[in-house]
Design a protein around this ligand. Structure first.
Ligand code: KMT
Ligand code: NI
Length: 174
């Protein structure tokens, strides 16, 4: 996983947009974002025990690519890239391929996490974020959820949302 500030240029969202300024793991942790890498032979066991420890009971696997999605691919990619939050954690494990998760830091800058196969990320409820495929146009990812998927993206701005307020309190208490 590579983590850096987005360069904030507006070209193709699938490009790296690497500003050249890295974001250290401690700064990522301060945002309440958890990052792991499970890529040994026991990777799936590790993912499953983490899921179990956090009370996650269900999972599915999504493949995002032109081959798997056809004509709706471009539309989906744009949709995932709209800034939003969720009222629950978002856990993603990259099985194959790669993808970008962008999260806002305390100064509202985009921090870009480039995930490769074996990387797992947990975004806390209430954090503003977005997702994009890379220029390889391929990711196969496992999505973990507790019971029913609570994935409704709430588009920014929703600053008065209870989960947003609680998220901000949790990170400023750090
Ligand atoms: C999301 O929440 O944006 C997604 O689930 C993207 C697909 S998972 C890599
Ligand atoms: Ni999301």
């Amino acid at each position: 996983m590579k983590v850096y500030y987005h360069d904030n240029t507006a070209e193709d969202q699938r490009l790296d947009h690497d500003s050249g300024v890295e974001v250290p793991p401690e700064a990522v942790a301060k945002l309440g974002v958890l990052a792991y890498n499970f890529s040994s032979a026991t990777a799936l066991d590790n993912v499953n025990s983490l899921a179990k420890a956090r009370g996650y009971k269900n999972q599915d696997v999504i493949t995002i690519s032109p081959a798997s999605m056809g004509d709706v691919y471009e539309e989906k990619v744009k949709m995932f890239y709209k800034e939003h939050l969720h009222e629950d954690e978002e856990i993603r494990y990259v099985v194959e391929g790669e993808g970008f998760f962008d999260v806002r830091d305390v100064e509202d800058r985009w921090v870009r996490l480039k995930l490769d196969a074996g990387d797992l990320i947990i975004l806390p409820a209430g954090i503003y974020h977005r997702f994009s495929t890379t220029s390889s146009d391929y990711i196969k990812a496992m999505r973990l959820f507790k019971d029913e998927p609570k994935w409704t993206p709430l588009p920014r701005p929703c600053d008065d949302n209870q989960y947003r307020v609680e998220y901000l309190q949790s990170i400023t208490a750090n």
